[in-house]
Each structure stands twice: as structure tokens, then as C-alpha cells.
Design a protein around this ligand. Structure first.
Ligand code: ARG
Ligand code: ZN
Length: 870
């Protein structure tokens, strides 16, 4: 039941073109697929197909008899076919009953598709693999009144009125593509339109579709699309290649969005936004996901995957491109901090858990389980390291080479690495281990200053913990960006023959051996080392730097990422002590120096507010769970709340000043600068709220009721939701009444209640909410915003006084038969099992065993759960 990369065989047949004819009805849908097929290798023809009703199969117009083919659960096999022929297959589907949301399905009366990774095989029997690329022409026939909008990939050829209340649209895609990029939409939709003129003066029609009445909330997505198109031209020289670009917002969608050629389909939460309904973070996410899907047009669609094990070829690269785009649209330093926070909280945990896998995996049960943070975010870090090694100019040269070599092809991560390394004369043989070895490498740093010789020695030693199937690892090629500072905080010029300077002028220690020493000469006094600047490699640094050095770097480093990183490091050191005290039932001691430093940061007028907000953030529970050997939810909670309270108590007046300075200023602005102001003042409010001071809760309550944007409203509601304030119920009630009919916004209401940590009865709240009329277990966004958010609530999900695991397993088992992809996404909540204390571990394992014992459990959920048992 496992598939292996090593079993890859090139396709036995190629398809020169395919015509898909859809006849859409309320209770069934007929699909006729007519393909021109040519044989490449001898042997039988095997087509993928699942849950299909075959009506007929014809070869060169001749209908096959039942004894001429064979149908299994997953395939249609024709033992004998000519070398070149026309294949015509008619199938019948029931999109209205398709709850898996892959293939062709219906969402709020709209027909839509999701074919990546293997949904096309639920539409017709086909060679459902990315290395079979072909030309598509599509016709869609449907009721004219119910489905006035009929969309597919490529060029709109014509639309015919059939006279009987039905109409038929003709589409043709001039670019060859694999079937996972096929898309169809039919429905009654609102639309907004704009145009973009490309660098060569071609006019492209842009359209964003959404449910009627919601289209005015699509303008931010439209703006984001235009910015993305411009950016890809300027930074990578890539020009859009069709006359139309369409985005459609759909309410029921398993993932975030999908890059179908010329016809992106989006989860409506990543399209719809205005300041009343969306937070600053939502605006930012929409911009970045619209960009991500647009960038796939080249990295994914023009150059696609040879097989699904290569998924990071397009996803890692496209995440890297969207992160760079966001850095250019907002603040590069702050963007990097956010990207690394997400990587550390999610991907590092994945790498340390039972489902760790390499960026290019070697085996799997369910291909859809590949859509992970390792493939996406770590994959992006691998690309970023390549850019760090060859420099920006070198990277652009490599990208040009990649498209020159592989445009129109289905290729591998090795092809990509070769295209980047070749024009830069770099050897990536060792570097490629980043693709093959899982686990987060550890780099330990030893410093030694020899005053007599004026030499500073930095010894780096790397290792990588064992991961499933990989007990030992070979050394990685790790680029560590670095610098040395003198006592006054000035950057020293470096005299070290092992340092490489990339074309951007950055100093790199390129660690390749297991252990290497870098010697810096000509130093009069001991310098202060700043290492892993910009987080230039996805590693865990073991660096026992002195507290003085850490405080010094926090104030003086020229690299803003590291300034904030040192604040995190200091916070973490303090947390570690406090967690120990909590576990030993001792009084928790807060460190004065840390508090004074936070006070100084708050008072620093010269610090950018968005950056200041990052400096004031304490390490998250997700980070604590990785750093600690035991996941002791109560101890984590004690440590974190005690420190937050101490910071708030020591800085009450300051925090209030910050709040008053920025609150209510330009409440409707969508400038990144104003986002930063709001982030800071809302963070100040959250700190203050930890004081449980009635006066502060009045301010929070007032912010809720007076809010002029969703960022302020949500901040206040989340604080109230996590309090025992008398204002709690009224605010929650009001929010519900206000937004109960808004499928996107109501999810915020679920999340605010599922993520509370002070409130001990969260499990009861969540249980009750699953029975609430607003909660629909077949809607992925509802499930993610309530159940997945609760599963990620480390403090309350792992509360020893409750059995959240049993409830959670019930829900996974309820969702799994309907929608395996969504069920599988919930399974990650059990990734920390090995870190639980014996009694809790027992509880969790009981539930995992119960789920795995269900014979009909999907392979998606099974693959992720059973690994926790070995
Ligand atoms: N390719 C899409 C994107 O990254 C995601 C599709 C997710 N598919 C899935 N089966 N989870 O833009
Ligand atoms: Zn993607």
C-alpha cells in the first residue's frame, strides 16, 4: 500500500490532446473524454479512476465489450490497444454527493473542481500523473439560469445558447498541462474586472469571481494580483502567458488555494476582505496567497513535476518567491521574522515528530499527505540557502537557466539544483542532502579568543537527530551568515581565509564537514559574534553565549533578525528556568534584567513599531514544546503567564501610553506602516489584559464595541473570550449575531473560543460549539477554525484534567469517511505524544489505537496516525 520514488517509470503512453465534454445536471453529471493517445512502451494500458461509473469506452470509435477491459477499485485496464488511437470514455458522476471536495463537487450551488493531487481520476479514467502533459479543449453544458457563469482553463472560445434553457461554453488552453491543473467552475457568481498590461504591452483581462453580493470584497485580491504580475516581471523577467486570468472564491475548499492554469480556485477566506470583515493579518495573507498562486504559473505550471515526490520543486520554490514578494511589499526584516516563526513553530515540530520526512520524500501511502510544512516551508528555506550561497544575481542567472532548460517539461528537484549550480560554477552535490535527509540539523558553536595572538576561533559542529527511517545522517552543507562586532557595536572587517563573501557582500561560514574551525585574525580585543544572521539556514543553534553577549547583540546587532532572535533566546532561557520551578512546585522567579530590557524596548522611540512588536513577543508555546523534553502544559502556562504579567505590571503606564498613542489612528488604513502601529498597540493591550484589572477590561470592552476595523474588534473579542470578564458573553453574542450569515467571518468567532488558554473549560466550549447551528462539520474552514485550532492549543488540548483526546478522536472518525484530507489535517495534534507524561501518553495512545483499529479509516489518516505507534 506504499508507493516509492525508486519505482518511478516514465509513462507508457502519451496523450497529444484531450477534449472534455461536461454535461452538468442537478442529480448527475456526464463526462465524455476523447483523447489522442500514443504508445511509448509496450504493454497494457492502465488508466487511473476512482469512484466512477463507466458508461462506455471506445477505441477508434469501436465500443469495447466487457471482456476487453477490466475495472478495479483504482484502475481501468485495457490489455490490448493499438500504437496510436482515439480513446473515448464516458463516465457518470454525482458531484452533489461528493463530500471529499476532490474531483468535481458542489459548494453552495456552485460546481467546482480540485484536481491536485489526484482528483482528476474522480472525473474520468485518465493517466493521472503530472508527467503526462497534454492540450485541453473543454465544453460545459448546463442550465442557463442556475449556472450563468461557465469557466475552464485558457481561452474562452464561445458560448452557445442551446435554446432549451441550457447553454454551452467552449474553452481551449493553448498550453500543455498535467491533469492536476485542470479546472472547471459553473455557477451564479458575481465578478469584478480589471486589466493588466504586461512588460511587452499585452493587455490581460483580470476577473475575480465570488458569490453574488460578495464581489465588492474582492478588490484587495485584485490589487494583490496586479502587484504580483508586476513583481514577477521585474524580479524574474516572467510575463503572463494567457489573455485572461481568473480567480474564483469558493466556501468549501480543503486547502488555501489552487493554481489551475488561468483559473485559480481559492478558499473564499483567502479572497474576500474589507476592513469591516478582515483583519490586517487577513489582508496580508490574501496578498501573499494570491501572489503564491500567480507565481505558480511559471514555477509549477510552465515547469511542472515529474512525480509527486518532487512536490517541493514547485511548492518550496513558490513559497520562496511569495516570501520574497511579501518582503518587497512590506518590511523585509519583519517579514523574515514572521516566516521563521512559522517555520519553527510548525516545520521544526514536524521534523521532530513521528511523521518527519525529507523535502523530497522517498515513499508514502497518501500523496495528499505531502502538502506539509516540510515540503512548503523547509523547501523554501532550501531554495533560500541556494540564493544565499550564489547571491541574488547568481540566483537570477540560475532561474533563467532553469526556464531555458525546462520550460514545458516535468522535472525533478535535482534538475532544479543543477540549473542553479551550473551557471554559478558551484558544486551542489553535498548541498542536495537537504532534499534527501529529514530532521532539523543542530549546529553547536564554540568560541575562543586568544588575546596573545589576537585570534578569535569559532568552532562549528553539526549533527542531525535520527528520524523515521533515517538513523544516521551525512553532514549538510550549511551556509551560516555572520559578522563580528566590536565593543561599540561596529561591524568589524574580517580576516579569515575560510569565509566566503557572496555576491551580495554577505559573509558566510560554509560548514561542510562535521566539525570545522574558523580563525579570525588581527583582533585587538575579543569581538562579539553574530551568527546565523537572517536565519540563513533552517537549523537549531546550540550556542551557550554569555548573557552579556546576548543582551549586547539584542541592542546592537546590525542584523535585525538577530536582534529579535537574541530577545527570543533570552526569553527562552528564562522560561526554561521558570518551567523547572513550576514542575518542582517552587515559586516562579522572574529575571529583573529581562524586565528592564523590555522596559527599555518599550521606551525606545527610534525603534520601528512593527519591529518593536516582534521584540516584545515572548517565545510561543509551540517553541517551548520543542525545547522542553516533557510537554507539561500546566508548567508552560504558569511560566508564560507569570512572565507576561510581570512585564505588564512593571510597564503599566508605558503600555497604556503606547495604546493611547496609536489607538484609533487611521483605523481604515491598509498601509503596512499602520498595520505595524496597530500590531504594537494591540499587543500592548493584550499584555495589559493579563493584569486582570477591571479598569483595563473596560478599555478592552470599549475597543470591542467602538472598533472601526476587524483587527481591533477581533483583538478585543479574543481577549474577552479568554477572560472571566462580565463583558465576555455580550461581546461573543454580538459578534455572532453580526456575522452569523457570513461564512468567512464566523470562523473567527470559533477560533477566538477554541484558542483560549486561561479559561479552563475550553473543551466544553468546543464540544458545545460543534453542536451550534453555525458549525457545519462538512465545511473545512469550520473544522479548521474550531477543531484544528483547538488541537493546536497546546495548553488546553493537553490539559491533564480533561480528556480532549477522546473527543478529538471522535471528531476525526466522524470526518474521515466524508473527507479524508480534512481528517488527516487534524491528526497532527497527536504529533507530541512522545513528549507527554506517562498518564497523558497512555490516554493519547489509547485514542490513536482506537482510530487505527477502524478498518475503513482512510489511508490519509492511517499513515499519519500509525507512525505515532512505532
Ligand atoms: N498547490 C496548491 C498550492 O500550494 C495547494 C493544493 C493543496 N492540495 C491538497 N491536496 N492539499 O498553492
Ligand atoms: Zn503552492
Amino acid at each position: 500500500e506504499k508507493i516509492y520514488l525508486k519505482d518511478y517509470k516514465s509513462p507508457a503512453f502519451t496523450v497529444d490532446s484531450v477534449n472534455l465534454d461536461f454535461n452538468l445536471n442537478e442529480d448527475f453529471c456526464r463526462v465524455v473524454a476523447k483523447s489522442q493517445v500514443r504508445r511509448v512502451h509496450p504493454g497494457e494500458m492502465r488508466l487511473n479512476g476512482e469512484e466512477l461509473k463507466l458508461i462506455s469506452i471506445k477505441i477508434n470509435g469501436q465500443q469495447l465489450n466487457a471482456d476487453q477491459y477490466q475495472i478495479t477499485e483504482e484502475e481501468l485496464i485495457v490489455p490490448s490497444v493499438p500504437d496510436s488511437f482515439t480513446l473515448e470514455i464516458e463516465t457518470e458522476l454525482q458531484p452533489q454527493n461528493n463530500t471529499s471536495l476532490e474531483g468535481l463537487y458542489k459548494s453552495n450551488g456552485i460546481f467546482c473542481t480540485q484536481c491536485e493531487a489526484q482528483g482528476f481520476r474522480k472525473i474520468t479514467y485518465f493517466f493521472d500523473r503530472p508527467d503526462v502533459m497534454t492540450s485541453y479543449s473543454v465544453t460545459i453544458e448546463a442550465d442557463k439560469a442556475k449556472y450563468p457563469v461557465l469557466l475552464s482553463n485558457g481561452d474562452r472560445i464561445k458560448i452557445e445558447d442551446l435554446g432549451n434553457g441550457r447553454h454551452k461554453a467552449f474553452w481551449q488552453d493553448p498550453h500543455k498541462k498535467p491533469c492536476y491543473l485542470f479546472a472547471l467552475v459553473a455557477g451564479d457568481l458575481g465578478v469584478i474586472r480589471d486589466t493588466f498590461t504586461t512588460m511587452n504591452g499585452r493587455k490581460v483581462n483580470l476577473e475575480v469571481y465570488a458569490a453574488h453580493g460578495k464581489q465588492e470584497r474582492c478588490w484587495h485580491a485584485m490589487d494583490s494580483l496586479k502587484k504580483s504580475m508586476k513583481w514577477d516581471e521585474e524580479v524574474f523577467g516572467l510575463e503572463y502567458d494567457l489573455n485572461d486570468y481568473m480567480i474564483v472564491a469558493i466556501d468549501d475548499f480543503n486547502a488555501g488555494a489552487m493554481e489551475n492554469k488561468g483559473l485559480n480556485i481559492f478558499n473564499s477566506r483567502l479572497v474576500l476582505a474589507d476592513s469591516n470583515s478582515a483583519t490586517d493579518v487577513d489582508f496580508h495573507s490574501i496578498e501573499s496567497v494570491v501572489a503564491h498562486e500567480y507565481f505558480h504559473n511559471y514555477t509549477g505550471n510552465r515547469v511542472t513535476l515529474r512525480d509527486w515526490f518532487q512536490l517541493s520543486l514547485k511548492e518550496g520554490l513558490t513559497v520562496f518567491r511569495d516570501q520574497e514578494f511579501s518582503a518587497d511589499m512590506t518590511d523585509r526584516g519583519v517579514q523574515r521574522i514572521e516566516d521563521v516563526d512559522a517555520l519553527r513553530a510548525g516545520q521544526f515540530a514536524e521534523d521532530a515528530g513521528p511523521n518527519a520526512h525529507p523535502v523530497r520524500p522517498e515513499s508514502c501511502m497518501a500523496v495528499d499527505n505531502f502538502f506539509t510544512m516540510t515540503i512548503y516551508e523547509k523547501g523554501s528555506e532550501v531554495i533560500r540557502m541556494m540564493q544565499t550561497i550564489v547571491g541574488r544575481k547568481g540566483f537570477r542567472k540560475g532561474m533563467d537557466e532553469y526556464f531555458k532548460r525546462h520550460d514545458g517539461q516535468a522535472v525533478t528537484t535535482e534538475d532544479f539544483a543543477a540549473a542553479i549550480s551550473n551557471p554559478n560554477n558551484k558544486d551542489f552535490t553535498q548541498f542536495r542532502r537537504w532534499y534527501n535527509q529529514s530532521g532539523t540539523p543542530v549546529v553547536s558553536v564554540q568560541e575562543n579568543f586568544d588575546a596573545a595572538k589576537g585570534e578569535f576561533h569559532v568552532t562549528l559542529e553539526q549533527s542531525c537527530p535520527p528520524t523515521p527511517g533515517q538513523p544516521t545522517k551525512e553532514p549538510f552543507h550549511i551556509p551560516l551568515m555572520m559578522g563580528l562586532l566590536d565593543k561599540s557595536g561596529k561591524e568589524l572587517s574580517l580576516s579569515c581565509d575560510k569565509i566566503t563573501v557572496n555576491t551580495d557582500g554577505k559573509n558566510l561560514m560554509e560548514l561542510k564537514e562535521q566539525k570545522e574551525t574558523f580563525v579570525f585574525k588581527g583582533l585587538k580585543e575579543r569581538p562579539v559574534l553574530s551568527v546565523l544572521r537572517e536565519f540563513s539556514a533552517p537549523v537549531n543553534l546550540r550556542w551557550e553565549a554569555s548573557e552579556n553577549d546576548l543582551y549586547f547583540l539584542m541592542q546592537n546587532d546590525t542584523d535585525s533578525f538577530n536582534r529579535r532572535e537574541m530577545a527570543q533566546k533570552l526569553g527562552l532561557r528564562l522560561f526554561k528556568k521558570m518551567i523547572q520551578q513550576a514542575r518542582a512546585k517552587e515559586t516562579l522567579k522572574v529575571d529583573d534584567r529581562f524586565i528592564t530590557t523590555m522596559t527599555a524596548i518599550l521606551a525606545d522611540e527610534s525603534m520601528d513599531p512593527a519591529f518593536k512588536a516582534k521584540m516584545l513577543q515572548l517565545p510561543s508555546y509551540a517553541v517551548l514544546a520543542q525545547e522542553e523534553a516533557v510537554l507539561d502544559a500546566e508548567a508552560f502556562y504558569q511560566a508564560r503567564t507569570t512572565l507576561r504579567k510581570a512585564i505588564a505590571a512593571a510597564n503599566r503606564a508605558q503600555l497604556l501610553n503606547i495604546y493611547r498613542k496609536y489607538h484609533g489612528v487611521e483605523p481604515k488604513s491598509r498601509e503596512p506602516k499602520v498595520f505595524g502601529h496597530r500590531a504594537l498597540k494591540n499587543q500592548a493591550l493584550a499584555y495589559l489584559a493579563d493584569l486582570h484589572d477591571p479598569e483595563i477590561m473596560e478599555i478592552v470592552n470599549k475597543q470591542y464595541w467602538d472598533a472601526q476595523n476587524m483587527t481591533d474588534r477581533m483583538t478585543a473579542m479574543s481577549i474577552l473570550a479568554d477572560s472571566d470578564s462580565a463583558h465576555r458573553e455580550k461581546a461573543l453574542q454580538n459578534f455572532y449575531e453580526e456575522w452569523k450569515n457570513d461564512s468567512v467571518v464566523i470562523n473567527k468567532w470559533f477560533t477566538a473560543q477554541a484558542t483560549t488558554t486561561s479559561r479552563k473549560q475550553v473543551l466544553e466550549d468546543v464540544k458545545a460549539l460543534t453542536k451550534h447551528p453555525a458549525f457545519n462539520i462538512t465545511n473545512p474552514n469550520n473544522v479548521y477554525s474550531l477543531l484544528r485550532a483547538f488541537g493546536a492549543n497546546l495548553v488546553r488540548f493537553n490539559d491533564p484534567n480533561t480528556n480532549a483526546y477522546e473527543f478529538y478522536a471522535d471528531k476525526i472518525l466522524e470526518i474521515d469517511p466524508k473527507n479524508p484530507q480534512v481528517a488527516a489535517r487534524l491528526c497532527a495534534a497527536f504529533n507530541f505524544v512522545s513528549k507527554l507524561e506517562p498518564a497523558m501518553k497512555e490516554k493519547a495512545l489509547t485514542q490513536i489505537k482506537r482510530m487505527v483499529a477502524v478498518e475503513s479509516l482512510s489511508k490519509n489518516s492511517r499513515e499519519l496516525l500509525q507512525s505515532a505507534l512505532t
